[in-house]
Design a protein around this ligand. Structure first.
Ligand code: AVJ
Length: 349
């Protein structure tokens, strides 16, 4: 990025330790490539080029998600701001933070906004969006955090009531067990009066889902193939693009889009930095990400299991996408532990 005006109201905190991060990413990559279905962690999608390509995806006519979410936020942001009374808007996986502006506008209008705390793995994208937000909101302090929403939630600042947003259906990238862990972590870090706002894409007509990930210009394919470019560059791997075809298909059993590449013929790939030689059979898939689609009941159940309560559930006019406003389970505000312990003792005595 060209350095323009450096905003004094921006602070960028790098939570991750480069060496540590690299080790755990390589580790996860090694494990993924040994799974029953070979898989590469989705973080590989979001290098600088990948983040730019994702930006392009959000503008594709087939990729309805961000526009549906924006429609909901435009309608509901004022209600959300009133309910949340937030001094800080925290955004997990913020990216360019486009839809967050709808929330910032509403929280500012509500008169409670002091800070914007975007967290993202991509330092370049984060720095750029932190500067842009600071420039557009002269009364807001931006505390940007370079980190991973699965590992660094505990390090989020706690000074002042927060609204924690997780937009764009990024939660759909997590497997059910990861998602459970993630929601439990959210429940444990939320104060009783703090809100969690999550955007989720909904189960719908298969043709529309599949076309959202098989766009006519092939941008999504380029985005997914960029993972191989990254593996070759960073791990010295020998992936050959021409030996793989792109595939994104609906998995009706799991209700997720299964997105990745498939080997056209049997061949092997060497990955020196993982000390790995990888054999692909003819037609064998290499998964790059899943994108889970949700149903209201199911999501509410899952939230409840994590001790979270869905207070509001809003959809767009077409019923494509939902935004849920979530709080800690009310009965957890005053844990009845001491009482039940007493009762138990009395009973057993
Ligand atoms: C950023 C995870 C929400 O799953 O729809 C878009 C990523 N992948 N096109 C999604 C993505 C291919 C996107 N999320």
């Amino acid at each position: 990025m060209l350095s323009g005006v450096i905003e004094p109201r921006v602070r960028v905190e790098v939570l991750r330790d480069e060496a540590d991060d690299r080790a755990s990413l390589y580790d996860a990559t090694f494990r993924g490539l040994h799974a029953e279905v070979k898989e590469v962690p989705a973080v590989w999608l979001y290098d600088e080029r990948g983040s730019g390509l994702y930006e392009e995806i959000t503008r594709l006519p087939e990729y309805y998600l961000p526009r549906r979410e924006a429609e909901i936020l435009r309608d509901r942001a004022a209600v959300i701001a009133k309910r949340a009374q937030a001094r800080a808007l925290v955004e997990l996986g913020a990216g360019t933070a486009k839809n967050s502006r709808l929330l910032l506008d509403a929280i500012e209008a509500e008169g409670t906004l002091e800070r914007f705390v975007p967290l993202d793995v991509s330092e370049q994208v984060l720095r750029a969006s932190a500067q842009a937000i600071a420039a557009a909101y002269p009364r807001v302090f931006v505390h940007a955090i370079v980190g991973d929403f699965e590992r660094h939630l505990g390090a989020l600042p706690r000074n002042g009531r927060r609204l924690i947003a997780f937009l764009g259906s990024t939660i759909g990238n997590l497997y059910p067990d990861q998602r459970g862990r993630f929601l439990r972590t959210i429940a444990s870090m939320l104060a009783p009066d703090e809100a969690f706002l999550v955007g989720v894409d909904l189960v719908k007509d298969v043709a529309r889902l599949e076309s959202a990930y098989n766009d006519s210009r092939g941008v999504t394919e380029t985005f997914v193939r960029n993972v191989l470019t990254g593996l070759n560059r960073e791990l010295g791997a020998t992936f050959d693009q021409q030996r793989f075809v792109y595939e994104a298909r609906w998995d009706p059993d799991h209700e997720w889009m299964d997105i990745g590449l498939r080997a056209g013929q049997a061949h092997s790939v060497s990955i020196p930095r993982l000390e790995l030689d990888l054999a692909f059979e003819e037609g064998e898939p290499l998964r790059v990400e899943i994108s889970t689609k949700f149903r209201r009941e199911q999501f509410e159940l899952e939230a409840a299991r994590a001790r979270l309560r869905v207070e509001s559930w809003w959809t767009d006019s077409a019923g494509d996408f939902a935004v849920a406003l979530v709080f800690r389970h009310a009965s957890d505000d005053n844990p009845p532990r001491a009482v039940s312990f007493e009762r138990r003792r009395r009973r057993t005595a």
